[in-house]
Design a protein around this ligand. Sequence first.
Ligand SMILES: [Fe+2]
Length: 264
Amino acid sequence: MVDLHGHLLPGIDDGAKSLEQALHMARQAVADGIVLSVLTPHHLNGVYDNRARQVREHCSVFRGHLREYAIPLEILPGNECHLVPELPAALAEGTALTIADRRRAVLVELPVHTVPLGATNILEEILAMGLQPVIAHPERNGELVEATDQLSEWIEMGCLAQVTAQSCTGRFGPRVQEAARRMLSHGLIHVMASDAHRDSRRIPELTPGREQVARWTSPETAALLTEAFPRALAEGKPVDVGLLNKALLSPKRGFAGWLQRLRA
Ligand SMILES: [Fe+2]
């Protein structure tokens, strides 16, 4: 699996506190079946300023440590960019990092409680630059958790969205979990990521979330969200949204499938 969103780089944001913890997180990722992690320290959120050049350097140092300790996790640099009016300019001048530094897609974070005025305009500006915004964990935003209309509009414009694995398993409460289920079943989610911050609780792990998505939708959908789509984005390739719509329509297995057939 490929994890597009995680705070493993030690000591530069609210993620891993030490190299030791970062290495432990990398081992946890490998144990979960993650082969590639894009490391996405916060940027432009008013607290952390993690510019492209520094993130690339931190990434290459950490890669050296992974090699030294023989941890078979591939890592690539990125940013979790706060959705602020300055973001398009930062992307244009190259101080904010795109996903895996491929200049194709950008991981964009909303404030916790609100959708800021002008958010749609900023997303349009980024799209006009030929970059595809990937909305980080919309299910955890105070406004988007209630209704999917705004997210639908952004997806129709050409944005993608990333759900957090632990939102699906209920770690952030039933409201967030229900929003995740709703967004997923409406085809508004393209990637599942860990958004790992620590080696306990918010850990780099996708499998429990993947299993929940498979139960809610289909195993094919869960595979796209954790393998094919994040892999494409990490390689700077387009995401074939048509595959998602097809997978969502594929018959469910097990009890969910039985219910689906019963309702058909
Ligand atoms: Fe994050």
